[in-house]
Design a protein around this ligand. Sequence first.
Ligand code: SF4
Length: 492
Amino acid sequence: MVASVPSNGSASEGPLAGLRVALVFPIFLDVELASHQDNARFLGSIPPLSLGYVASVLKGAGADVLVLDCPTLNMPLSRAVEVSRAFAPDYVGFTLATVDWLSSLAWMQRFHADLGAPIVVGGIHMECYPKETLTHRCIELGLVGHADQGLVDMLVAHQEGTDLRQIPGAVFRDEDGNVVVSEAVDRPTAEGDMPWPARELMPYDKHFSIVSTESNFTAAMSNFGCPYRCEFCILRGDALRQRTALSIVDEMEYCYREFGIREIDFFDPVFTMRKDRVLAICDELERRKLKGLIWSIRARTDALDQTLLDRMWEAGCRRICYGIESGSNEVLRRVDKRMKSTDHIGEVIKATKKRGYEVLAFVMIGNPLEDRRTVGMTRRMLTSLPIDLVQIASLFPLPKTPIYEEIVRRTGVDYWQQHILDGSPVHPVVRLDTSLTDDEINQLVTETYMHFYFRPSFARFALSRAKQPAQIRRGLEAAVGISKTFVGGAFV
Ligand code: SF4
């Protein structure tokens, strides 16, 4: 038996009973702004967990909720508007990321024009540019912070016409049209739980990741936030909100039994932040005997040891994704990655592979101090270590990060702010302490992909793990797409 199911509230009771909310995850039109086009295109159909959490909070308060996971449903804007109109929502919600701003804005403007229901926004973007965002009149309300810390109160206050200033994190326009941002509350840091994402409202049987091997597949979060301070990362220094081992395993079992999930990818950046919690998760998973369930995690190489590798393997973990970022110690130090050394990264990756795991490495190109020599070091690291899969991003300096703040300080221009206010272009990307241009970096990303994936050892690995024709097809599509980008890029 699953111990508890905190996500399932009644749709007929609670402070939002009778309210109808459509939550929309758009198809992003401006793939230029994704960290690298190929990543965005070939990553897979990952469930929009943020919207899932929002849906769950609203359902728990009694609202009727529609979730439109448009990329997975292959649902264009016009169809999304049509489906939403049939649902007759009182509110339409979006979670925003700064890099996807123009696409999200286009969707919100169309929804506003065609439906007229007030638009409510949240997401990490609202922690960066809440005022600028609400200058767009198509948006009625915003929230800074997690949905379970104020969304229900904010909607109740908006419905009743009471003062939104009392709601922590509420963003709204006052009677004179000025944007007001109420002070947000601190995130809870004690071990606890949030409602689980409302997967029952999503096309959960259509989700997959380019590296997943089992169906049905889903993503999950075991922590929120990250206490590390990598200078390129928008999550850096975010208060860590940890879930309990029991709640995590309850959610895994619920996914297993209710949705036929057989593979779960934990997307929080450092699953192994606390060893005792990971060991408790493994013990509980073994006790419940969820036959055929595999899972994967993201971790830092300095945040796990042989005991954890052994116990997680025994409990069904089959892939570990490491953010190694660069093969150059100099670059790692410059971005404050706080890894021990590239040699230590290599030792941990070898131990991980030896235990039987698939190893996926995340790397970036374009950080401060990057040049062709350091990219060469990264390539050598990727091909000399037993790494099975790699995802490569070109650095896109994001708001709230020290790299971006230094760029703003040196240039005097907050270009993301301008982008939010009036759509000013953010290309070419302004970079910090590297002479590599945008085009060179994109070319290096593609060449590094080619260097890694077009090797006989990778072909053998890919064929050995593909269990279904669809997996082989997806792998080939990714390879062909990357090749086309490379060939196209080579002649411009
Ligand atoms: S890169 Fe990873 S470890 Fe570093 S701050 Fe971001 S989430 Fe944390």
